[in-house]
Write a protein that binds this ligand. Sequence first.
Ligand SMILES: NC(=[NH2+])NCCC[C@H](N)C(=O)O
Length: 402
Amino acid sequence: MSKPINVYSEIGPLKTVVVHRPGKELENLMPDHLDRLLFDDIPFLADAQKEHDQFKEVLEEKGIEVLYLEDLATEALTDNLIKEAFIDEYLSEANIETIEETNEIRQLLEKLPTNRELIDKTIEGVRREELTSLAGVKFENDYPFAIDPMPNLYFTRDPFATIGSGVSINRMYATTRRRETIYGNYIFTYHPRFKEDVPMLYGRDQATSIEGGDILVLSKEVLAIGISQRTDLESIKRLSRTIFASDQGFNRVLGIDIGKERKFMHLDTVFTMIDHDKFTIHPEIETNLKVYTITQAGDDISVTEERESLENLLASYLKLDNVQLIPCAGGNITDAAREQWNDGTNTLTIAPGEVVVYNRNTVTNKKLREAGIKVHEIPGSELVRGRGGPRCMSMPIYREEI
Ligand SMILES: NC(=[NH2+])NCCC[C@H](N)C(=O)O
């Protein structure tokens, strides 16, 4: 049987992808805690779900198998021991204040009629008002949650990342997203579809952070990884060592330093690959861009700073005569800033030269069409409020070879 995971490019025809339909976790967002939960606004859940369903439909119309993270996580709980271990791990990382609360929440989770409801509840979070053990208790603060929600989970790109036939279970930068990686760990360890034969390339317990939005598989040999607010050069070195040792054919990692900024927290918010020789790019990162090359050197790796422009580096390492960088909004400063903020550069490529984008980024989408790209538009007025676009909302599991 062929391997369950096959991702050797950013652009090979997409066959299988993992998404998460936003759920009640979005109704646990509050203005006072948005910053910490990495949100900029509160989406209207019903509309966010409709938009997400449209995203799924566009993918399914192209014959792409759409898997839901919440289904996979449910199916990974194949027996009671695994389920108990999952609940234990979830509770131990949930930052619950007292033993009484922990015990009551454990009972609440165990009593849920189905494993799917259990998974949904862990994503949604627990309000203090749901716990009878807290009735009448006076708190030092008015924080309403016994367990925080995980509102960012619909950005399935980030907590784990598929590379070749393996998966990097990531160490997330912010506490609020760290628990999301529990699901990936259970899926790739216990789900019948994945449990055999999926090499784990990074671990959630590592000391330095790396997130999937920074990881781009440019070719069978070359990866690009953002050095960003979310991903450290140290993590890239660690991942590179494992990847080179895993003998999958990857022999070069480009570390692209995009600075530590909230507005472009991951490489894929400013740079994506959309065809054999075409990329989207946010003009703001192009000046003074630092790129490092990591390769195998004897028993270890070497890291060297590149001198060439990104364009030349891509052409040379991808063995092309030249490449085209398509600037967000055609490069106009104001339009590019607005459309990048609304994920205009965050394209999901579903086949060479064919992408899914938000309809709101009209200037960029026009430029993509002019460059000969086939563009599928989806609405994203609510989804975008979490600061992520089609690439962030999708984790490819299988791409055909190109
Ligand atoms: N791959 C991406 N660009 N993901 C975007 C994630 C957005 C999310 N609110 C965060 O800050 O983590």
